[in-house]
Design a protein around this ligand. Structure first.
Ligand code: NAG
Ligand code: NAG
Ligand code: NAG
Ligand code: NAG
Ligand code: NAG
Ligand code: NAG
Ligand code: NAG
Length: 410
């Protein structure tokens, strides 16, 4: 059990009998909560309001879910079995593809100040009844979507769910609940020449930073939107097209440097949300960067090695690798801050630090590879290791547990 940080505790019913006194207690609680809000950044803080059995007393617990440590816990993890998930992806099924050390499945994220609520798939489905939960972004968001589908699939009889893929949209439906959990492919969020859900490996990447409607019309009305976009931007500059992909020769193309071009795209995204999202209906989330583990010397390993062969998380508290970009993180932070001043709240789910510890949790060579692996690569496994995505069950399950904590709270 982790220690619960109790901010306000009104223990005895006698002490707060009259409704006036309850009101005073509530006022004090609000003040304390407000004080905490001032002390910490809003986005970092997660509030638990728990009504105790005593009808007059209540406890408020506040907690930064993103600051904590990994605890080995093979009793309560994994949350589902790789083999038992009908919708597992071959990109992420590390056990199926020969990984022998399975410890990556047995870690629980322990925030310093509280416990994460254990994900109850039935309770989540109840919450999603007649609703759409949509992940929008790149393969890391798809990774998290597969995790979510596996988490809920474990409590649904096969006859009562379906999967439907249509272009960029992938829809998992729990029919009894009339609930869908969807994934929409748009790796750069705005329009780009990498939008084809299958053939998106183009050598010369081009974005239309000012255009998003082609994608957004498919997800704007969802009840829960979970965005991400990061890795596809990690280059020095990006070609930007003013014009259409149908007639690019009529348009104008120019290279724009990072992180400015990323900021332009996120501003287009933010402006779309500001105008089109129904604030009374839709809850918005942004997944922070998922870090990569390409350079073992960053965590004290051998120079030239990567995540291949790693079996343990990094234990050094506060470890920061080089697989994430602080500059891009602060762009996201400021775009979200700007939206907030316009009355639209997008909750950042800050998984960068917690995932940075998990150098051992990537598929490395234990996944289906789309291109044939050459003899030379076979002789040097690290050369074709995937140190970007995450094995399932694994780290993205925890991201979803954090998301679940917010969804239940709302
Ligand atoms: C994300 O969380 C980490 C760990 O708590 C913190 O150091 C970092 O500042 C946070 N980043 C943002 C943008 O909130
Ligand atoms: C959990 O791990 C401990 C220590 O490694 C081991 O002794 C135990 O058998 C494991 N339990 C299960 C259920 O795998
Ligand atoms: C999960 O949630 C369902 C529906 O709210 C509830 O009936 C059930 O008891 C919960 N299970 C656990 C283990 O808490
Ligand atoms: C099913 O859910 C959708 C939203 O995903 C909603 O528009 C529709 O009204 C729901 N159907 C029923 C019968 O409630
Ligand atoms: C696929 O999506 C397109 C565009 O949204 C739509 O017109 C079409 O009806 C969908 N097809 C199926 C089989 O759902
Ligand atoms: C949102 O809810 C408020 C208060 O119930 C209402 O006044 C407002 O018209 C609603 N806005 C929309 C866009 O439905
Ligand atoms: C593969 O690994 C070997 C040995 O570590 C290295 O010399 C070679 O450059 C690598 N090849 C590629 C294509 O990365």
């Amino acid at each position: 059990m982790a220690k619960q940080q109790q901010v306000v505790h009104v223990p005895s019913a006698r002490a707060v009998r009259s409704s006036f006194q309850s009101l005073v207690a509530l006022l004090i609680a609000s003040l304390v909560v407000a004080a905490i809000y001032l002390r910490e950044s809003n986005d970092q803080l997660f509030q638990y309001w728990t009504t105790q059995k005593d009808p007059a007393g209540f406890t408020t617990t506040s907690c930064n879910l993103f600051s904590g440590k990994w605890v080995y816990d093979n009793k309560s993890y994994p949350l589902y079995k790789e083999k038992e998930c009908a919708f597992m992806s071959d990109q992420l099924a590390c056990e199926k593809f020969g990984r022998k050390d399975l410890n990556y499945q047995f870690w629980r994220w322990q925030p310093h100040q509280c416990d994460l609520p254990r994900l109850n798939a039935t309770a989540l489905l109840e919450r999603l009844r007649n609703k759409r939960l949509v992940y929008v972004g790149d393969s890391l968001n798809r990774n998290q979507w597969v995790s979510m589908v596996c988490l809920v699939d474990s409590v649904i009889p096969p006859a009562l769910r379906s999967m439907h893929n249509n272009g960029s949209m992938n829809i998992f439906k729990a029919t009894e609940y009339n609930a869908t959990i969807e994934f929409y492919w748009s790796p750069l969020m705005v329009e780009s020449n990498s939008d084809d859900p299958v053939n998106h490996r183009v050598p010369d990447r081009i974005v239309r930073v000012q255009a998003i409607e082609k994608h957004a019309r498919h997800w704007t009305n969802a009840d829960f939107l979970i965005f991400n976009t990061y890795l596809w931007w990690r280059r020095r500059q990006m070609k930007v097209l003013w014009g259409t992909f149908e007639n690019p020769e009529d348009g104008i193309c120019k290279a724009v440097k990072l992180p400015r071009v990323y900021e332009m795209a996120l501003q287009t995204w933010a402006q779309w949300l500001e105008v089109h999202v129904d604030r009374n209906k839709t809850q918005l989330f942004f997944m922070s960067m998922s870090p990569t583990h390409q350079k073992a010397d960053k965590w004290g390993g051998i120079r030239g090695e990567n995540c291949y062969g790693e079996t343990e998380p990094v234990t050094k508290q506060g470890y920061v690798g080089d697989g994430a970009s602080p500059r891009m993180m602060s762009v996201v932070d400021s775009v979200l801050g700007d939206l907030k001043t316009r009355g639209l709240n997008v909750q950042m789910i800050n998984i960068t630090q917690l995932a940075d510890y998990r150098k051992e949790a990537h598929p490395s060579i234990y996944r289906k590879h789309w291109e044939t692996v050459t003899e030379e690569q076979l002789a040097n496994p690290k050369n074709y290791s995937d140190c970007i995505h995450w094995c399932l069950p694994g780290v993205p399950d925890v991201w979803n547990e954090i998301l679940y904590a917010y969804i239940l709270q709302l």
